[in-house]
Write a protein that binds this ligand. Sequence first.
Ligand SMILES: [Zn+2]
Length: 274
Amino acid sequence: MPELPEVETIRRQIEDYLPIKIEQVYYSDVSDSLFRPAVKFFNPKGLTILSIERKGKQMAWKLGEDEFILTHLGMSGGWRIKREKIGEKHTHVQFEGRDRSGQKIFLGYVDPRRFGEMGFVNLKTKEEFFAKLGVELTSSDYNSEYFYQSCRRYPERAIKVHLLDQKTFAGIGNYMACEICALAGVRPTRKCGKVTKVECEKMIEATHQVINGQISHSGLSFSGGYKDTTGNDGGGLSNLVVFHQETCGMCKKTAVKKMVLGQRGTYYCPHCQK
Ligand SMILES: [Zn+2]
């Protein structure tokens, strides 16, 4: 599933072509569940994508002061960019237009498993969507004090389960949660109430390390899921220390342990994480 680094990779890759004037819109085999909030009219033809905001895994493409396309990639969604019409299977929505240099461009939304969502909304609705999400991890609001206070609210919760709470931290999924705990030296099962202030600082540093490391590799592709806008896999696998690893990438000697926590496969190093 795409997590924050994968969505940010896509955001940056599209941003390189902005502004994009949309001249034509194509739909193919669209299910009703794609559009949320539900819209009868979704036709941004003639409008221009000016900029792209992101909070967590949610993107908002700005088309005007009061016009936005919300796009959430769900489990397997992604955007492709091509100079000719995109023929890839499961391309449900496609915009044809002109990029900043006046060249023809196609932006296609591809989603084999159809858990992604898209909406054509006004500013108020966009703000409401963003407000429901937890803190953006690349903002200064995500700091050790915020982290510590959030842990105090759920003292009995396992720290890794806490990291996956989208209302507290926007954009962390399973691989990020495992990697953040590893790099911070904290066992995924540790109760939030037992996480120290110093460890909260380490969690913040570890988060930035995971995000920057993955973005520098164009994101993490795992078992045929995420692809970037060129249709290529991200190279982030080489940047993992515990997730789906046999030997810990930090101490380079201890076998990584796997367990199920909150119904999700969880990986940790019994030597490096306390
Ligand atoms: Zn280790």
